[in-house]
Design a protein around this ligand. Structure first.
Ligand code: BTN
Length: 264
């Protein structure tokens, strides 16, 4: 799909966005590609991973034909403008606070700045955002090893307008009465990510725990691969991004990888 890239927005708007993006330290070398359609923005970025040189691109698509979520789920995109869908690539050292969770914090900061009340949304471990007990946003991070660490592609989907499929427990910003464009959400996210990316792991985990305070009030069904599911309450994340939970019998457990289904 990468060979078919072309611009979809008017040149002035594109240049204006690029100027804002390149004024931010972490994004200063990045190009912006805004496509009418693609298979998956994550897959497009991964297609250029084999290049030794880091490819600084923020890719947005109006629609995706094979949008992906975590655990091989699909990420549906209906009409143009319904959802902001974008991906970017980042090189990180191993054993840092997970980049997908940094993206989650940045999105939480952006949402607050756009007018979403902190008491109405929460970060769901590891990196979804829920608003009024429904899913607003999902983040899919895929990584590969490079010489001195990890190269990750971070892909984000945020519902701006209502989803046509009402059977999904999802919400959009417009249903919460926040009427913003995808461009505004993108810029708010990129600014917040730029601000926090270089913070220490302890500061990042503190921020994460702060934006997850509502998440820590609810019980979740926790499914770890090849284990029976159990019910627990989240206590908080550590500096490595793992989640400490407390089971209904009081036993505490550290979670590295699992699917969590909130019981609401
Ligand atoms: C999830 O909730 O499981 C993660 C969803 C991630 C969706 C985004 S949309 C942009 C990027 N491209 C993809 O194919 N997926 C991510």
């Amino acid at each position: 799909m990468i060979g078919g890239w072309w611009l979809v927005m008017n040149v002035d708007m594109h240049n204006k966005l690029k100027e804002i993006i390149q004024s931010l330290k972490i994004w200063e070398n990045h190009d912006l590609l805004w496509l009418p359609t693609t298979t998956s923005t994550n897959d497009d970025i991964k297609a250029i991973w084999h290049n030794d040189n880091f490819c600084p691109i923020i890719e947005v698509a109006d629609t995706q034909t094979k949008g992906k979520g975590q655990y091989e789920r699909k990420w549906a995109s209906s009409s143009i403008g319904q959802c902001l869908m974008f991906s970017f690539s980042i090189d990180i050292k191993e054993f840092e606070f997970p980049v997908s969770m940094i993206a989650g914090i940045a999105l939480a900061i952006a949402l607050e700045e756009l007018g979403v009340s902190k008491s109405d949304f929460w970060l769901k471990w590891p990196n979804d955002i829920w608003l009024n007990n429904k899913k607003l946003s999902g983040i899919l991070t895929e990584s590969t090893t490079i010489n001195h660490g990890l190269r990750s592609v971070v892909g984000i989907g945020i519902n701006i307008l209502p989803l046509p499929d009402k059977s999904i427990n999802a919400i959009s910003l417009s249903e919460y009465n926040i009427h913003v464009t995808r461009e505004e959400v993108l810029i708010a996210f990129l600014k917040a990510f730029d601000k926090i990316f270089h913070l220490s792991a302890s500061k990042l985990s503190e921020l994460w725990n702060n934006y997850a305070s509502n998440f820590k009030k609810i019980k979740c069904k926790i499914q770890i691969l090849n284990e029976p599911a159990f019910i627990a309450t989240a206590l908080g994340v550590s500096n490595d991004g793992s989640l400490m939970v407390e089971k209904t019998n009081g036993e505490k457990r550290k979670i590295i990888s699992a699917t969590l289904t909130p019981i609401i």
